[in-house]
Design a protein around this ligand. Structure first.
Ligand code: UT7
Length: 331
């Protein structure tokens, strides 16, 4: 039996400099800091303001962050999977653009779309290539310039999202560390509760649908909220049970950062205390595919070899899932 596991061996992150505060949003829509903080836990988010820059540029900065602090080199990467809901363009893939920008000339590349669950789907997909022995060094990217699809006239949506990227390098591990298990789920019947109505093949962009503001992300917040609370908590409890883990075995919970109340509900269901939950939603809001790797990047110095970590996410589709991993290195 093959005992090679896929482990994260480096993690990088990047958020743009511009800080959009709740007070700035107060000038754009009918909202206020107190409402946003109490309903979501978000105080501010980062926005990529530079003309002509997109999700690939956020990712490239996160990758540079890895190259600066580790021995990894672009030419050694044999595959790039990019999870994004805001690709640079419909095609070619943002993964191909990233490879070109960093000089990953030996990598084969593609994008993976699973909305906010994209990083978990990508990590699981990449782990299979590593476990099979076909690939040795995979860059798994989660990047989104959400500000490019947000309607800053829609107070139910614009308060949540921000821009950012996180990147992990995945390599073989023969010590039993790395990804142990994953549970991934989808339910396409939920697609109309969180989506961008125009710009795809069903409804290409026209003057008419731009006037209706259908090029922006739309969400039925309450339905998404209720489904997210149940799904993320259920799948996290399920992966613990499947792997005989009790709450005391968990070193860290790394939840998707969409709403602090969803995070708290998941942690409660798992019996995990606040001190073991990575939360940076207050500073960055919901960066979609960026949230989970950004947390790992920010907490990297506190992670120890062998730590049991549960990742959990929920997003448009609907898509959701959970990964159980053993951290593979001391920083
Ligand atoms: O990454 C996955 C994707 N997204 C999510 O997971 C997000 C899930 N949903 C949520 O986080 C929450 O549903 C929201 C934060 C979007 C909304 O919070 P809520 O507690 O579900 O509010 P609500 O939609 O039930 O609205 C409550 C009230 C309404 O007013 P009335 O009808 O009670 O008078 C809204 O019109 O709050 C109003 N409201 C606001 N008020 C001030 C909605 N948005 C705002 C706002 N500021 N930004």
């Amino acid at each position: 039996m093959n005992n090679i596991k896929a482990a994260i061996t480096a993690i990088g992150g990047y958020v743009p400099d511009y800080i959009m505060t709740n007070h700035e949003l107060e000038k754009m829509v009918d909202t206020n800091d107190e409402w946003i903080m109490s309903r979501t836990g978000i105080k501010e988010r980062r926005i990529l303001k530079e003309e002509g820059k997109g999700s690939s540029d956020l990712a490239v900065n996160a990758i540079k962050n890895i190259f600066k602090k580790t021995h990894h080199k672009a030419e050694e990467i044999d595959m790039i999977i990019c999870a994004t809901a805001t690709p640079d363009m419909i095609f070619p893939s943002t993964a191909c653009v990233i490879a070109d920008k960093i000089g990953a000339v030996n990598a084969f590349c593609y994008d993976l779309m699973a909305a906010c669950s994209g990083f978990l789907y990508s990590l699981t997909t990449a782990s299979k290539y590593i476990e099979s022995g076909s690939h040795k060094k995979i860059l798994v990217v989660g990047t989104d310039k959400m500000s490019s699809i947000i309607d800053y006239q829609d107070r139910a949506t614009c308060i949540i999202f921000g821009d950012g990227a996180g990147v992990a390098i995945l390599e073989p591990n023969s010590e039993g560390l790395g990804i142990q298990d994953s549970i991934l789920r989808s339910d396409g019947s939920g697609r109309n509760f969180l989506h961008v109505k125009a710009g795809g093949s069903v409804k290409p962009i026209t003057k008419d649908n731009i006037e209706k503001r259908e090029q922006f992300a739309y969400q039925d917040g309450q339905t998404v909220f209720k489904t997210a609370v149940k799904s993320m908590a259920d799948v996290s409890a399920e992966i613990m049970e499947k792997n005989n883990l009790s709450s005391s075995d968990i070193s860290w919970l790394v939840p998707h950062q969409a709403n602090k109340r969803i995070i708290d509900a998941t942690a409660r269901r798992m019996g995990v205390g606040n001190d073991k939950v990575m939360i940076n939603i207050e500073k960055y809001g919901n960066t979609t595919n960026g949230t989970i790797p950004l947390c790992l990047w920010e907490w990297e110095n506190q992670l120890r070899k062998g730590d049991n970590i549960i990742l959990a996410a929920f997003g448009g589709g609907f898509t959701w899932g959970s990964i159980y991993m053993k951290w593979a290195y001391d920083s």
